[in-house]
Write a protein that binds this ligand. Structure first.
Ligand code: ATP
Ligand code: MG
Length: 281
């Protein structure tokens, strides 16, 4: 019965994974009377790796969620590859901060091929996709385990493989390594750089970690403190890859970003009734 909807057409219903431009033009998002973000404009090139930094609560996840089609915008527009974002789309993959996004009752392989299976890809194609993307994240040997039998870093890699198996043109990552220990985080950052280069997709990556952003991004966008947060500044990261933290240009960029974000964090703390001046002095 299910055979009727199975298809082996290459890329049927899938993106080509080659990256699509993402354009935010004057985006504003409200939650009732609360204005979360205002007048956000960003042109992200196809295949670009853009990192989004900003104080806690400024609206990074809100913006990412709108890009993914989970949150509707109240003003302005969002387009991917020139087409308006109207709702969730398999062509836009989202990697969440928590690996609880995995289906615990499914094996790693079943998790990874969930999207292709839902879209009726044949068993042979599913097997090939599982092999390819679990190989890409170095977890082929874990295909028959359940998420609960994996470490946090491994679960995040499964989440990334599950997103990439849809061959999305855009991958949105919301602090994907926030909960990982420093060593695993470093490995995951290097893996992300490698996978992004191999797949060629567009990446929008939210992080609080300035060094992570410098390591990964083509450009870094800094948001202002909310409410009504907007884009404060955009820094190009013109450094050769793989990146060296000690590169004088990286050191200078880190200093500029710390200052820029520090101002916004202090503003956010003041707005919350805390006195950050002790920090600034
Ligand atoms: N569903 C919602 N209803 C009402 N307010 C919301 C909702 N989602 C987010 N907000 C508010 O919008 C603002 C932005 O939240 P968001 O989660 O996007 O911040 P963030 O920059 O991702 O923060 P963090 O760095 O801590 O993850 C916050 O003030 C938050 O309380
Ligand atoms: Mg967030």
């Amino acid at each position: 019965m299910t055979k009727a909807i199975e298809t082996d057409r290459p890329e049927a219903g899938l993106g080509d994974g080659r990256g699509a431009a993402l354009c935010a033009d004057g985006v504003g998002i409200r939650f009732g009377s609360f204005e979360a973000v205002r007048d956000i404009s960003l042109d992200i090139d196809a295949g670009e790796f853009l990192c989004l930094l900003g104080p806690s609560g400024c609206g990074k996840s809100t913006l990412l969620s709108a890009m993914a089609g989970f949150t509707t915008v109240d003003s302005g527009s969002l387009t991917v590859g020139g087409a308006p974002v109207t709702g969730p789309d398999p062509d836009l993959g989202m990697v969440f901060q928590s690996s609880e996004a995995l289906f615990d009752w499914m094996t790693v392989r079943q998790n990874v091929v969930f999207g292709p299976r839902m879209r009726g890809r044949s068993r042979a194609v599913q097997a090939q996709l599982a092999d390819e993307y679990l190989g890409l994240v170095g977890l082929r040997h874990c295909a028959d385990r359940f998420p609960g039998q994996l470490s946090g870093g491994m679960r995040q890699r499964v989440q990334i493989a599950r997103v990439l198996a849809n061959k999305p043109n855009v991958v949105l990552m919301d602090e994907p390594f926030g909960a990982l220990d420093a060593q695993t985080r470093q490995v995951m950052q290097e893996e992300t750089d490698r996978i992004w280069r191999a797949s060629g997709c567009t990446v929008v990556f939210v992080t609080h970690d300035i060094d992570e952003a410098i390591l990964l991004a083509d450009r870094i966008a800094v948001m202002t403190a909310g409410p009504a947060a907007s884009i404060k500044s955009v820094y190009p990261v013109d450094l050769p890859r793989p990146r060296e933290e000690s590169d004088p240009a990286a050191v200078e960029l880190r200093r500029a970003l710390r200052q820029d974000i520090g101002e916004e964090v202090r503003k956010a703390l003041r707005d919350q009734g805390l006195d950050p001046e002790g920090d600034a002095r």
